[in-house]
Design a binder for this molecule. Structure first.
Ligand SMILES: C[S@@+](CC[C@H](N)C(=O)[O-])C[C@H]1O[C@@H](n2cnc3c(N)ncnc32)[C@H](O)[C@@H]1O
Length: 240
Protein backbone atom coordinates (compact mmCIF):
# COMPACT_ATOMS: atom_id res chain seq x y z
CA UNK A 1 0.00 0.00 0.00
CA UNK A 2 1.31 3.46 -0.89
CA UNK A 3 2.49 5.83 1.89
CA UNK A 4 -0.49 8.18 1.56
CA UNK A 5 -2.92 5.33 2.05
CA UNK A 6 -0.93 4.00 5.00
CA UNK A 7 -1.24 7.46 6.53
CA UNK A 8 -5.01 7.45 5.94
CA UNK A 9 -5.30 4.03 7.56
CA UNK A 10 -3.25 5.15 10.56
CA UNK A 11 -5.16 8.43 10.91
CA UNK A 12 -8.63 6.92 10.69
CA UNK A 13 -7.82 3.85 12.79
CA UNK A 14 -6.80 6.28 15.51
CA UNK A 15 -9.67 8.73 14.85
CA UNK A 16 -12.34 6.01 14.66
CA UNK A 17 -12.63 5.84 18.47
CA UNK A 18 -13.92 9.40 18.83
CA UNK A 19 -15.03 10.02 15.26
CA UNK A 20 -18.78 10.05 15.92
CA UNK A 21 -18.31 12.68 18.67
CA UNK A 22 -16.06 14.99 16.62
CA UNK A 23 -17.10 18.64 16.34
CA UNK A 24 -16.80 18.15 12.58
CA UNK A 25 -20.00 16.09 12.73
CA UNK A 26 -21.85 19.27 13.58
CA UNK A 27 -19.71 21.69 11.57
CA UNK A 28 -19.32 19.83 8.27
CA UNK A 29 -20.43 16.23 8.09
CA UNK A 30 -24.05 16.63 9.15
CA UNK A 31 -24.75 19.64 6.84
CA UNK A 32 -23.13 17.81 3.94
CA UNK A 33 -25.18 14.68 4.63
CA UNK A 34 -28.36 16.76 4.71
CA UNK A 35 -27.45 18.28 1.33
CA UNK A 36 -26.99 14.80 -0.10
CA UNK A 37 -30.28 13.52 1.34
CA UNK A 38 -32.13 16.49 -0.16
CA UNK A 39 -30.59 15.85 -3.57
CA UNK A 40 -31.20 12.09 -3.46
CA UNK A 41 -34.84 12.72 -2.59
CA UNK A 42 -35.12 15.08 -5.57
CA UNK A 43 -33.55 12.72 -8.09
CA UNK A 44 -34.68 9.29 -6.83
CA UNK A 45 -38.07 10.08 -5.29
CA UNK A 46 -39.67 6.87 -3.97
CA UNK A 47 -38.09 4.60 -6.57
CA UNK A 48 -36.14 1.56 -5.37
CA UNK A 49 -32.54 2.71 -5.60
CA UNK A 50 -29.15 1.05 -5.20
CA UNK A 51 -26.65 3.45 -3.68
CA UNK A 52 -22.94 3.01 -3.07
CA UNK A 53 -21.40 5.33 -0.46
CA UNK A 54 -17.63 5.55 -1.00
CA UNK A 55 -15.55 6.36 2.09
CA UNK A 56 -18.57 5.56 4.27
CA UNK A 57 -16.70 5.75 7.59
CA UNK A 58 -18.74 4.65 10.59
CA UNK A 59 -21.99 4.60 8.60
CA UNK A 60 -23.58 7.82 9.88
CA UNK A 61 -24.71 8.81 6.39
CA UNK A 62 -25.78 5.28 5.45
CA UNK A 63 -28.00 5.11 8.53
CA UNK A 64 -29.47 8.53 7.75
CA UNK A 65 -30.31 7.36 4.23
CA UNK A 66 -32.07 4.33 5.61
CA UNK A 67 -34.09 6.29 8.15
CA UNK A 68 -35.17 9.00 5.70
CA UNK A 69 -35.32 7.19 2.33
CA UNK A 70 -36.64 3.67 2.98
CA UNK A 71 -36.53 2.59 -0.68
CA UNK A 72 -32.80 3.14 -0.96
CA UNK A 73 -30.54 0.15 -0.38
CA UNK A 74 -27.04 1.20 0.64
CA UNK A 75 -23.65 -0.38 0.11
CA UNK A 76 -20.86 1.35 2.00
CA UNK A 77 -17.18 0.96 1.26
CA UNK A 78 -14.25 2.18 3.35
CA UNK A 79 -10.53 1.55 3.35
CA UNK A 80 -10.20 1.44 7.12
CA UNK A 81 -11.42 -1.57 9.08
CA UNK A 82 -11.45 0.45 12.31
CA UNK A 83 -14.02 2.89 10.92
CA UNK A 84 -16.31 0.09 9.73
CA UNK A 85 -15.85 -1.69 13.05
CA UNK A 86 -16.83 1.44 14.98
CA UNK A 87 -20.08 1.53 13.00
CA UNK A 88 -20.91 -2.07 13.88
CA UNK A 89 -24.12 -1.19 15.79
CA UNK A 90 -25.37 0.82 12.77
CA UNK A 91 -24.65 -1.96 10.30
CA UNK A 92 -26.43 -4.39 12.62
CA UNK A 93 -29.43 -2.13 13.09
CA UNK A 94 -29.91 -1.80 9.33
CA UNK A 95 -28.78 -5.32 8.53
CA UNK A 96 -29.87 -6.49 5.09
CA UNK A 97 -30.50 -2.94 3.81
CA UNK A 98 -27.06 -1.43 4.54
CA UNK A 99 -24.07 -3.51 3.55
CA UNK A 100 -20.53 -2.51 4.60
CA UNK A 101 -17.52 -3.61 2.58
CA UNK A 102 -13.85 -2.93 3.26
CA UNK A 103 -12.04 -1.74 0.13
CA UNK A 104 -10.33 1.04 -1.76
CA UNK A 105 -12.12 3.81 -3.64
CA UNK A 106 -9.56 3.49 -6.41
CA UNK A 107 -10.39 -0.15 -7.07
CA UNK A 108 -14.04 -0.75 -6.25
CA UNK A 109 -14.92 -4.44 -5.81
CA UNK A 110 -18.16 -4.22 -7.78
CA UNK A 111 -19.31 -5.06 -11.26
CA UNK A 112 -19.67 -2.36 -13.89
CA UNK A 113 -22.98 -0.50 -14.11
CA UNK A 114 -24.76 -1.81 -11.02
CA UNK A 115 -25.57 1.29 -8.95
CA UNK A 116 -28.19 4.00 -9.51
CA UNK A 117 -26.32 6.44 -7.29
CA UNK A 118 -22.79 6.76 -5.97
CA UNK A 119 -22.15 9.17 -3.11
CA UNK A 120 -18.85 10.24 -1.61
CA UNK A 121 -18.83 12.67 1.33
CA UNK A 122 -15.82 14.28 2.99
CA UNK A 123 -13.48 11.52 1.90
CA UNK A 124 -12.23 12.41 -1.57
CA UNK A 125 -9.33 14.61 -0.38
CA UNK A 126 -7.68 11.48 1.04
CA UNK A 127 -7.39 9.71 -2.31
CA UNK A 128 -3.92 9.87 -3.87
CA UNK A 129 -5.26 8.92 -7.35
CA UNK A 130 -8.37 11.06 -7.58
CA UNK A 131 -8.68 10.49 -11.32
CA UNK A 132 -8.76 6.77 -10.76
CA UNK A 133 -11.34 7.07 -7.97
CA UNK A 134 -13.75 9.11 -10.12
CA UNK A 135 -13.32 6.66 -13.00
CA UNK A 136 -14.17 3.82 -10.66
CA UNK A 137 -17.25 5.62 -9.31
CA UNK A 138 -18.36 6.31 -12.90
CA UNK A 139 -17.70 2.71 -13.91
CA UNK A 140 -20.01 1.18 -11.28
CA UNK A 141 -22.88 3.53 -12.18
CA UNK A 142 -25.58 2.26 -14.52
CA UNK A 143 -26.13 4.34 -17.66
CA UNK A 144 -28.01 7.42 -16.48
CA UNK A 145 -26.86 6.84 -12.90
CA UNK A 146 -25.55 9.74 -10.89
CA UNK A 147 -22.43 10.56 -8.91
CA UNK A 148 -22.89 12.96 -5.98
CA UNK A 149 -19.52 13.93 -4.54
CA UNK A 150 -19.05 16.34 -1.64
CA UNK A 151 -15.78 17.72 -0.38
CA UNK A 152 -14.45 20.89 1.23
CA UNK A 153 -14.72 24.00 -0.93
CA UNK A 154 -11.32 25.69 -1.14
CA UNK A 155 -11.82 28.23 -3.94
CA UNK A 156 -12.40 31.29 -1.76
CA UNK A 157 -10.13 32.74 0.88
CA UNK A 158 -11.97 31.19 3.85
CA UNK A 159 -12.16 27.75 2.25
CA UNK A 160 -8.52 27.95 1.25
CA UNK A 161 -7.54 28.82 4.83
CA UNK A 162 -9.63 26.02 6.36
CA UNK A 163 -8.72 23.24 3.95
CA UNK A 164 -5.41 24.10 2.34
CA UNK A 165 -3.87 25.60 5.46
CA UNK A 166 -5.53 24.17 8.60
CA UNK A 167 -6.69 20.73 7.44
CA UNK A 168 -3.52 20.17 5.41
CA UNK A 169 -1.44 20.93 8.47
CA UNK A 170 -3.37 18.58 10.74
CA UNK A 171 -3.91 15.79 8.20
CA UNK A 172 -0.92 15.16 5.99
CA UNK A 173 -1.18 14.26 2.32
CA UNK A 174 -4.68 15.60 1.68
CA UNK A 175 -5.66 17.25 -1.60
CA UNK A 176 -8.83 19.33 -1.76
CA UNK A 177 -9.70 19.65 -5.44
CA UNK A 178 -10.79 22.99 -6.88
CA UNK A 179 -14.17 23.29 -8.61
CA UNK A 180 -12.34 23.37 -11.96
CA UNK A 181 -10.41 20.22 -11.11
CA UNK A 182 -13.65 18.43 -10.20
CA UNK A 183 -15.15 19.39 -13.56
CA UNK A 184 -12.09 18.04 -15.38
CA UNK A 185 -12.11 14.79 -13.37
CA UNK A 186 -15.81 14.23 -14.04
CA UNK A 187 -15.43 14.99 -17.72
CA UNK A 188 -12.40 12.69 -18.09
CA UNK A 189 -14.39 9.90 -16.45
CA UNK A 190 -17.16 10.30 -19.03
CA UNK A 191 -19.67 11.92 -16.66
CA UNK A 192 -21.95 14.49 -18.24
CA UNK A 193 -24.44 17.19 -17.16
CA UNK A 194 -22.02 18.27 -14.45
CA UNK A 195 -23.55 20.63 -11.88
CA UNK A 196 -21.82 22.12 -8.84
CA UNK A 197 -23.38 23.73 -5.76
CA UNK A 198 -21.32 25.53 -3.17
CA UNK A 199 -22.67 25.52 0.40
CA UNK A 200 -21.30 28.45 2.36
CA UNK A 201 -20.93 28.40 6.13
CA UNK A 202 -18.24 27.90 8.73
CA UNK A 203 -16.96 24.87 6.82
CA UNK A 204 -17.92 25.46 3.16
CA UNK A 205 -18.34 22.46 0.89
CA UNK A 206 -19.03 21.77 -2.75
CA UNK A 207 -21.51 19.22 -4.09
CA UNK A 208 -20.39 17.98 -7.50
CA UNK A 209 -22.89 16.04 -9.55
CA UNK A 210 -22.50 14.16 -12.83
CA UNK A 211 -24.47 11.62 -14.85
CA UNK A 212 -23.12 8.44 -16.45
CA UNK A 213 -23.81 8.39 -20.18
CA UNK A 214 -26.65 6.20 -21.45
CA UNK A 215 -25.57 3.32 -23.66
CA UNK A 216 -22.28 4.82 -24.74
CA UNK A 217 -19.16 2.64 -24.60
CA UNK A 218 -16.51 4.10 -22.29
CA UNK A 219 -13.16 3.11 -23.79
CA UNK A 220 -11.12 4.87 -21.10
CA UNK A 221 -12.14 2.14 -18.64
CA UNK A 222 -10.26 -0.46 -20.71
CA UNK A 223 -7.22 -0.33 -18.45
CA UNK A 224 -9.12 -1.31 -15.32
CA UNK A 225 -9.65 -4.83 -14.06
CA UNK A 226 -12.30 -6.67 -16.04
CA UNK A 227 -15.75 -6.60 -14.52
CA UNK A 228 -16.20 -10.37 -14.68
CA UNK A 229 -13.47 -10.79 -12.04
CA UNK A 230 -15.60 -8.88 -9.56
CA UNK A 231 -18.31 -10.36 -7.38
CA UNK A 232 -21.87 -9.30 -8.01
CA UNK A 233 -23.24 -6.80 -5.50
CA UNK A 234 -25.48 -9.53 -4.12
CA UNK A 235 -22.42 -11.69 -3.45
CA UNK A 236 -20.56 -8.81 -1.82
CA UNK A 237 -23.48 -8.07 0.45
CA UNK A 238 -24.12 -11.63 1.54
CA UNK A 239 -23.12 -12.56 5.07
CA UNK A 240 -22.61 -9.02 6.45
C1 LIG B 1 -13.69 12.22 7.13
S1 LIG B 1 -14.20 10.56 6.92
C2 LIG B 1 -15.81 10.75 6.15
C3 LIG B 1 -16.72 9.59 6.47
C4 LIG B 1 -18.15 9.74 5.93
N1 LIG B 1 -18.19 9.76 4.49
C5 LIG B 1 -18.83 10.95 6.49
O1 LIG B 1 -19.17 11.87 5.74
O2 LIG B 1 -19.04 10.98 7.72
C6 LIG B 1 -13.22 9.98 5.53
C7 LIG B 1 -13.33 8.49 5.30
O3 LIG B 1 -12.66 8.16 4.09
C8 LIG B 1 -12.03 6.89 4.27
N2 LIG B 1 -11.00 6.71 3.25
C9 LIG B 1 -9.79 7.31 3.17
N3 LIG B 1 -9.13 6.88 2.09
C10 LIG B 1 -9.94 5.98 1.47
C11 LIG B 1 -9.84 5.19 0.29
N4 LIG B 1 -8.72 5.23 -0.49
N5 LIG B 1 -10.86 4.38 -0.06
C12 LIG B 1 -11.99 4.32 0.72
N6 LIG B 1 -12.14 5.04 1.84
C13 LIG B 1 -11.14 5.86 2.21
C14 LIG B 1 -11.52 6.96 5.70
O4 LIG B 1 -11.23 5.70 6.23
C15 LIG B 1 -12.67 7.65 6.40
O5 LIG B 1 -13.60 6.73 6.92
Amino acid sequence: MKDEKRLAVREFTHWSKGYDRSILQWLLFSPSHQALIKRIREVAGDRPTRLLDVGCGTGVFAALVRSTLPNVQVWGIDLVGGMLEKGRARWQEHRGRVLPVQGDSENLPFETGVFDLVTCANSFHHYPRQDRAVQEMARVLRPGGRLLLIDGYRDNIWGWFIYDVCVSTVEQCVHHASAGRFRALFSDAGLGSVVQHVHHGPAPFILNEGIAPAGVPRPHFGGLRVATSRPSIDEVGRGD
